[in-house]
Ligand binder design. Structure first.
Ligand code: B16
Ligand code: MG
Length: 220
């Protein structure tokens, strides 16, 4: 039975990773080194402060700054990131997502957001999709980052659904692990080989339906 679908945000609903990357790369350049797109991959699904550590390590600067300086750097990065996010429109919702969310709602399946981002609310608002979610759990509500199951467990609890009836949609390996640890089935979105632990794989939401989801996760 599937009574609740829980969606990661960045990489599943929208591609905000490109804005995170641009903001981190600008910070790195100001510090005097290049942060490459390949290095940026490691920040996907990871919290803001953990991402900062990844960037500083890439520049060999992991021990150079105090905790207070790091807080300020993360805040500045976030301002840069928000300057991109504030320009977002409904066109940036990834293909097929809106139709699939609408189908779930029409069929009585709960729709929940489970994101590490503290900016999830503003992104949902900019894209005009907040009304499609029954429950929003974001980085402001959880204390433990994925692969800890907290974000998904809380989503199921607030939706009033049992973990066994929930399916998580994720583009990051840590998110698939979090779903498994929460006792939920999972869909690896985007086709990365790092998502092989997911119950099923999905390249795009275009043409995807509840029926296809049920067939894909059934009996696994
Ligand atoms: P913020 P998700 C994650 O979103 C991003 O993938 C990750 O790159 C980012 O560092 C994290 O949110 C925190 O974002 O700085 O906005 O709080 O994939 O969990 O939806
Ligand atoms: Mg993600």
């Amino acid at each position: 039975m599937i009574s609740c679908c829980i969606f990661d945000l960045d990489g599943v609903i929208v591609d905000t990773a490109k804005y995170h990357y641009q903001a981190w790369a600008e910070m790195a350049r100001a510090l005097g080194f290049e942060f490459t797109p390949e290095q940026g991959e490691a920040t996907k699904g990871v919290s803001r402060m953990a991402s900062l550590e990844i960037v500083l390590r890439a520049g060999g600067m992991e021990n150079r700054f105090s905790a207070g300086q790091k807080e300020r750097m993360a805040a500045e990065k976030n301002e840069r990131y928000l300057s991109f996010v504030r320009q977002m429109t409904a066109d940036e919702v990834l293909p097929g997502v809106r139709t699939f969310l609408e189908e779930l709602r029409a069929r009585g399946v709960k729709v929940v957001l489970g994101s590490a981002s503290k900016n999830a609310g503003v992104i949902l608002d900019r894209c005009g999709i907040r009304p499609l979610f029954d429950v929003v759990v974001d980085g402001t509500l959880v204390t433990k980052a994925k692969p800890d199951p907290e974000v998904f467990a809380k989503g199921a609890e607030l939706a009033g659904e049992r973990p066994a009836d929930c399916v998580v949609f994720e583009d990051a390996a840590a998110g698939i692990e979090a779903a498994t640890r929460a006792g939920m089935r999972s869909v690896g979105v985007g086709g990365s080989p790092t998502l092989s632990a997911a119950t099923m794989q999905l390249r795009t939401f275009e043409g995807f339906t509840l029926e296809k989801l049920a067939a894909g996760v059934d009996g696994k």
